[in-house]
Write a protein that binds this ligand. Structure first.
Ligand code: CA
Ligand code: CA
Length: 585
């Protein structure tokens, strides 16, 4: 009798899960793997581990979007504002959203009422390169898990907000921090590290999400040993990443950066997690002749073994801070091939085979690229324009400053942290692109723990008077830009595509906008009161489709933007989350 009852309870809960509504304490690996298909929740960064940011919901569509109105808005409050780059995750009628300064809020999705908040106690001396931002949390079982600016992982009980476990990832005084949303793949919590401007060691770590204990660690710098860990935490060697000194001279790989600061995506069909890697350290490329693997690359890691299955380097021997962290978003072609698209900071859009890494296509998605004239599809390597690499300071008269060059894109990138979306209906990627350049030069530099490790100076420059940002609809197969929507300020928020034929994105000027996915025509906008630098999401509850976005101007542009920062310094700061629905629904 008891068994029968238990069985019926299990069947009932399985039915609820199938309808796309998670029950408290029950978020499983399988549910995260199905996240893109279940419309009643948003369980992962990317709205599905592939990172397509595509929803099959159609209640809000090209015809009805004109009736989209706000339902509620919650302020993150306090004196702490700055950039808000977070994607909310949503389960059981609760939204979990991270905020600047390592804060996390649990909010009732119906009323907008704050259920609890967690404010991480940050020590003095944290060293985030690019504002005090956070990009979101992961959900697993009864936990909500996120990374902090002092390089810790914190897991909180979803109901109470109480700390269940905390793990230190590394030494914040050496420049480590965490800004990406962790992902769940094959029951493991996968995270990267931030700190590429401080000569840290880039890597991907896999942990038991229930305890935070390490399972494996894979460095993304060629030469470092990977490790596996047993239940007692004892480490055993798991093979060197690459071959020591093959792509790096001397000891430079030991402080070579290649930080994995935007996190990763995961494809259940290939069993591979895809992490983008940042610049090789220091920026001055003349100090480190060679390709400097695995910097500025896509690294595909077998989640079961913690080994690198393939890598593709977008910018070998980078000399422009073209971090290749941009998300690798897998998609299936009409003829059934599994490919991945990546809009790289270096201005080229790359399409690789998701299983093998073989380059399938590469084309510019910005108008001006100075560092390379193209990507050779046979060799997979860029055709460098040698004259446009910043000069070697060792060859200057006083040995202190190399030749200044104008480079485009700027190091803020053809695209930066703001994630693109892929529509399964149009087959297009929607890329938040920016057109800008920089003056850049190299200087001598040596590594010092906790100090900026650049060996470069720079000034960001505008290219066009009328716009910097442009949301572009990009065909990954033929490289065509199908349409674009220009924006005066640089775009810094992510994108959402829906089966309702819409593309949502935010602007630094404060607007959340909905465009026709086929034509780029603007159909709706709403002023959120401060700049948007975060990706929108959508989900349904009780037969109603909701759209949410975090609003709060900041991030890297006001800090590093040079001439561009002067153009956007009138924008107001803030910090809040907005939720919308059709006023008739
Ligand atoms: Ca879902
Ligand atoms: Ca960098």
């Amino acid at each position: 009798m008891f068994k029968k009852q238990l069985l019926s309870v299990l069947v009932a809960s399985a039915c609820v899960a199938a309808a796309g509504v998670a029950q408290a304490g029950s978020i499983t690996d399988q549910m995260v793997a199905n996240d893109a298909k279940t419309t009643g929740d948003v369980l992962s960064w990317g709205m599905g581990t592939e990172g397509q940011r595509y929803s099959t919901l159609t209640q809000v569509n090209t015809k009805t979007v004109k009736d989209l109105v706000p339902v509620w808005s919650l302020s993150f409050g306090g004196e702490k504002q700055r950039g808000q780059e977070s994607q909310p995750v949503i389960a059981d009628g609760t939204m979990f959203v991270t905020a600047s300064y390592s804060r996390l809020y649990a909010i009732d999705t119906k009323t907008g009422k704050e259920k609890w908040k967690y404010e991480h106690r940050l020590p003095d001396g944290i060293m985030p390169c690019c504002d005090v931002i956070n990009r979101g949390a992961a959900l697993f079982d009864n936990l909500v898990i996120f990374g902090t600016l002092d390089a810790q992982l914190v897991a909180l009980d979803r109901e109470t907000g109480k700390v269940v476990w905390k793990q230190k990832v590394d030494d914040f005084q050496a420049g480590y921090s965490l800004s990406a949303a962790p992902i769940i793949a094959k029951g493991l919590l996968l995270t990267g590290v931030s700190g590429g401007e401080f000569g840290i060691v880039g890597r991907v770590e896999a942990r038991d999400p229930k305890t935070g204990k390490m399972v494996w660690m894979r460095p993304t710098l060629e030469g470092y040993m990977g490790y596996k860990y047993d239940a007692d935490g004892k480490a055993t060697e798991n093979g060197v990443s690459g071959t020591t000194n093959q792509s790096w001279p001397g000891d430079l790989w030991k402080t070579g950066g290649a930080s994995t600061w935007l996190g990763g995506t995961y494809n259940a069909e290939t069993g591979l997690a895809y992490f983008g890697t940042g610049n090789p350290a220091p920026w001055n490329s003349h100090i480190r002749p060679g390709d400097n693997l695995y910097s500025c690359s896509t690294v595909a890691i077998d989640v079961s073994t913690g080994k690198i299955v393939w890598h593709y380097q977008n910018t070998p021997n980078d000399g422009w801070d073209f971090d290749g962290v941009n998300e690798f978003v897998t998609f299936k072609t009409k003829d059934g091939r599994m490919l991945g698209g990546k809009a790289d900071r270096n201005g080229f859009f790359f399409v690789n085979d998701a299983k093998t890494g073989k380059l399938v296509n590469a084309f510019p998605f910005v108008n001006k690229i100075t560092w390379a004239s193209g990507i050779d599809l046979n060799t997979g390597r860029p055709k460098f324009v040698d004259a446009n690499r910043p000069g070697d300071p060792a060859k200057s008269a006083d040995g202190k400053k190399g030749e200044v060059v104008f480079a485009a894109p700027s190091f803020l990138g053809g695209k930066n942290q703001m994630p693109m979306a892929y529509s399964q209906d149009t087959g297009l990627f929607y890329v938040p692109a920016n057109e800008w350049g920089m003056e850049i030069w190299n200087e001598p530099i040596s590594y010092k723990k906790g100090a900026a490790y650049l060996g470069a100076g720079f000034t960001i420059k505008t290219i066009n008077d009328e716009y910097i940002g442009a949301l572009r609809a990009v065909d990954p197969m033929n490289g065509k830009i199908v349409w674009e929507a220009k924006n005066n300020a640089p775009l810094w928020g992510g994108v959402l595509a829906t089966k309702g034929g819409l593309v949502f994105y935010g602007t630094p000027e404060g607007y959340l906008k909905a465009l026709d996915a086929k034509t780029g025509k603007e159909l709706w906008h709403f002023q959120t009161g401060t700049g948007i630098v975060a990706p929108p999401v959508t989900w349904e509850e009780g037969g109603v489709q909701y759209v949410a976005v975090v609003s709060g101007w900041g991030g890297a542009v006001p800090l590093w933007g040079g001439d561009v920062a002067k153009k956007v310094n009138f924008l107001n700061q803030g910090g809040s989350v907005w939720v919308f629905k059709l006023h008739k629904s």
